[in-house]
Design a protein around this ligand. Sequence first.
Ligand code: 5AD
Ligand code: SF4
Length: 476
Amino acid sequence: MEHLEKQIDETRQGEALVLEQTSGTKKMYLESYGCQMNFSDSEIVASILKDQGFSTTKDFHEADVIFVNTCAIRDNAEQRVRNRLNEFKIAKRKNPDLVVGVLGCMAERLKEKFLDEEKIVDIVVGPDAYRDLPNLISKVEGGQKAINVILSKEETYADITPVRLDNTGVTAFISIMRGCDNMCAFCVVPFTRGRERSRDPQSIVAEARDVFEKGYREVTLLGQNVDSYLWAGGGLKKEILTDEQRAAATSFAQLLEMVALVSPELRVRFSTSHPKDMNDDVLHVMAKYENICKYIHLPVQSGSSRMLELMNRGYTREWYMERIEAIRRILPDAGISADIITGFCTETEEDHQETMSLMKWVGYDFSYMFAYSERPKTLAERKYEDDVPEETKKRRLAEVIELQHDLSEIKVKAAVGKVHRVLIEHESKKSDAMWMGRNTQNMVLVFPKGDLKPGQYVNVFAKECTKTTLIGEVVN
Ligand code: 5AD
Ligand code: SF4
């Protein structure tokens, strides 16, 4: 899942975001870890529980129910959740009626083992079972432990209107599909999120229209592999389509266009693209609509074709480079970012150098970089030896991070002296006199507030920069 690992603003995978929405009598505290999809799922959970009379609180000491929406992508993400559960023990000691539930990928991975291993946990719910939450909560209130980790081939929560929990009111996530069929050798996601399924495009467009009418000005369409989105009608599985049905089905490029047409004032972003599936149709639609942001997150994972083969990624270094050339040809100014893993099984110094050289060749604006972490059940765990020593993984990781810092700095510096169209998102974290927003390439700009408000578009002249951020002033 290439995910989707991404940006709730400056929030990164593995960091927590506490969500709040008021009204209702029973209080729930909801904390999310991991990818954007998890944050989006938490908004579904909040919606389901709001209908049951729950409101949310930012203080877990006040809560009747604590939910932790968990991530299983790397071992350290799981450790963070376990540490957090330890902290909740004190609250449970004070209030024995407190219900503690774990949701999401780690819940799906560990299933009933979670109940054995972490005595504090009362409820375990996988990503496709959130509709069952009211029932599971009442079971716990009746004195039992409760679990539902059934994965679905159909569930998309299409009819549930998410409760928007990030309070800025400018940017919203819309989940367009769930699950992943790719089976990258390192990745636990196919086991925790199940089979890939696409959501009805009409419900996606309706959701985009609804948030636009509520004042939002940016939507990010979410899926583990958005290029593989395909809707042929309810219940029709992608694998069994006739040629005719396939030709009549809605592709990701078509969906993107439908969402772009909601309003020219609504920016559209998406995540995540897959190099093996990203086609030129998507790039042409991006070029056609000003409001589709010129930014592509295209995880490469490694620059070595030998590694890519072992990783079961479905493309080579050369194929990936050709896809980058297509982006540069069709969208010359696009921002490009990647995910990179260091120290995957058998990775040599030469493989690592190939990753470094590819990073330089692309000149990524940004990357999310990780040391390989072996995950239970994955192809790599079953078939390969995790043979790169931890210090080597870490050293290579430090090298790619350092290189990426240099590459990002080059990009940011090149953007100084230019005027950028920016959507104002919220106050800058560093100064309450400044707004923060992004340009179409996803670069962050800060500038004096003036009389402006979040949700407005402004032209900002970039006067100077830090290593990652442009500092500017509004011009007409
Ligand atoms: N170890 C390290 N990184 C991983 N990712 C996925 N699985 C693992 C793993 N086992 C990274 C990939 C993916 C991103 C979401 O997380 O780079 O694109
Ligand atoms: Fe992404 Fe591959 Fe994992 Fe699917 S299996 S979520 S494509 S990394």
